[in-house]
Design a protein around this ligand. Structure first.
Ligand code: GLN
Length: 501
């Protein structure tokens, strides 16, 4: 087993610079590894030719002693809802199974400009609608920490919808991966798979080329095995983009983390509403333990209240479905997406293409969204949900007057077994899994999930930190402080080593 996967991005760069390793070797390893670990189903598609070409150019730059950035030669995976030029971008759906975008998403473009090597496209729930990575036409992704990966009912879900990206990092295939986060799709799988998952401030990272789910909440997310690696990826992709009018116009100041972070001036809030039904003992204990640890470290920790939290799931669900119904209208079989074999009329062509191209989850959300948007319902549901969304955001504004960072669970428990999870409907799955993550999307604030320890079943337990808009540096600083003290090994799982044999 190649030891380099244990390295952080910074150390990898040092090895590249002194010639101990080169990007071609590391890329070969990632591609081989992705094939060896195929049964996890992390990738929908690898991009070997492009990746090897990028790796070759990167190797050359290191030989010339002219690396571009700290991400030069770093292997990265991309969720399959980000457009990649001339490479299928499917959203794990029949509808887009053959879609080859003519351009790259800004995130991909910036990673390549930074010298990163994009190795492939990862699995997700169809159109990123889900919390399990179980609703993909390519089948579910398996959690590498599962006690039993081979028996049909013994394996656990990765969480979702970016479960493929979380797995690409948790299994050591690559150093980082890009996901998307609309209601928790980066933090939720990061939590279940034991890696770091950042949802940046809305508008900090361009959505150009990210196939939209809920435009007012979507944001590209980052998976890595350490907080420092996460900062390096954020530094490469954040900042204004003329192709996305919702990006924040102020230039992004790159974040540099100090190894000796001091958290003594940081005020930490523990929102009492996050003590919600269904919170497992394991998570509850971990939450208390880390709050105590922060207090012992000199932070001021106090209980706070976000009174509208319980409305969050309902509001999210209404707004999600309204925006989904409008976003999905473009897939008509003529301009975009699968075209059914139907010639009787244009209406029939639309109907048949959409019937064949979408799964039940997508269809249900389109229908419900249209219902909420009917003239007679618009005020009652859509407008009301917008008003409550404002209240939820106001709760955060209020609380951030007297605190800097909030500490909460990310998910309510360890990753569920697939057999238990798949017996629930997609709606119930999201309502349970996203309780702690959705509020941040509604308020547009940054949030990060960090792994803390293993449960009795040997599954990762993680916590979430949230902070005010554009305060990623404070968020990452506190995350790095905790990370240094809990010493969780993202690759400390024997399956990772055994699966490669
Ligand atoms: N589980 C949520 C949903 O299905 C969130 C998905 C996401 O963040 N993309 O809507």
């Amino acid at each position: 087993m190649n030891r380099h996967i244990q390295l952080g991005i910074k150390e990898l760069g040092a090895y590249y610079r002194n010639g101990t390793l080169n990007p071609q070797v590391v890329t070969d390893f990632a591609l081989d590894d992705a094939v060896k670990l195929k049964s996890l189903n992390a990738f929908i598609r690898l991009m070997p030719e492009k990746a090897l070409h990028q790796a070759k150019e990167s190797t050359f730059r290191f030989q010339e002693k002219k690396p571009l950035t700290p991400l030069d030669g770093v292997t990265i995976a991309i969720k399959d809802n980000f457009c990649t030029k001339d490479v299928q971008t499917t959203c794990a759906s029949r509808m887009l199974e053959d879609f080859k975008p003519p351009y790259n998403a800004t995130v991909c473009e910036r990673l390549m400009e930074a010298g990163a090597v994009l190795i492939g496209k990862t699995n997700l729930d169809q159109f990123a609608m889900g919390s399990g990575t179980v609703d993909s036409i390519y089948g579910p992704t398996k959690n590498i920490w599962s006690e039993n990966l081979t028996s049909d009912d013994g394996w656990r879900i990765t969480g979702g919808s970016s479960g493929g990206s979380a797995t690409a990092v948790a299994s050591g295939i690559c150093f980082a991966a890009i996901g998307s986060d609309t209601g928790g799709s980066t933090r939720n799988p990061a939590s279940y798979c034991g890696v770091v998952g950042l949802k940046p401030t809305y508008g900090l990272v361009s959505r150009h080329g990210l196939i939209p789910l809920v435009n007012s909440m979507d944001v590209p997310g980052i998976f890595t095995r350490s907080v420092n690696d996460c900062a390096l990826v954020l530094n490469a992709i954040a900042g204004p983009d003329s192709r996305d009018s919702t990006t924040i116009k102020t230039p992004f100041k790159p974040i540099e983390l100090d190894l000796e972070e001091d958290i003594r001036n940081i005020r930490i809030g523990i929102p009492k509403e996050y003590h919600c039904p269904g919170l497992s003992q394991d998570v509850q204990e971990t939450w208390i333990k880390i709050a105590d640890m922060l207090e012992d470290g000199g932070s001021k920790v106090k209980q706070v209240s976000l009174p509208n939290t319980s409305a969050s799931i309902f509001v999210y669900s209404i707004l999600n479905q309204c925006e989904v119904s409008s976003n999905m209208a473009r897939y008509d079989g003529i301009e975009f997406g699968l075209r059914a074999d139907e010639e009787s009329s244009t209406e029939q062509l639309y109907a048949k293409s959409r019937a064949e191209g979408f799964n039940t989850v997508v269809k249900t959300r389109i229908l419900t969204g249209n219902f909420f948007l009917l003239r007679k319902n618009y005020e009652k549901y859509f407008e009301k949900a917008l008003k409550v969304r404002r209240l939820i955001a106001n709760d955060f504004d209020e609380v951030f007057k007297s605190t800097d960072v909030l500490l909460t669970p990310t998910t309510l428990s360890e990753a569920p077994l697939y057999k238990d999870f798949s017996s629930q409907s997609n709606r119930d799955q999201c309502a349970i899994q996203d309780f702690c993550t959705q509020p941040a999307n509604m308020a547009g604030i940054p949030a990060i999930s960090i792994p803390i320890r293993l449960s009795n079943n040997g599954m990762p337990i993680s916590l979430q930190l949230m902070s005010r808009k554009l305060s990623e540096s404070t968020l990452l600083k506190v995350a790095a402080w905790i990370e240094a003290r809990v010493d969780f090994n993202c690759l400390g799982n024997k399956q990772i080593y055994e699966a490669r044999k």
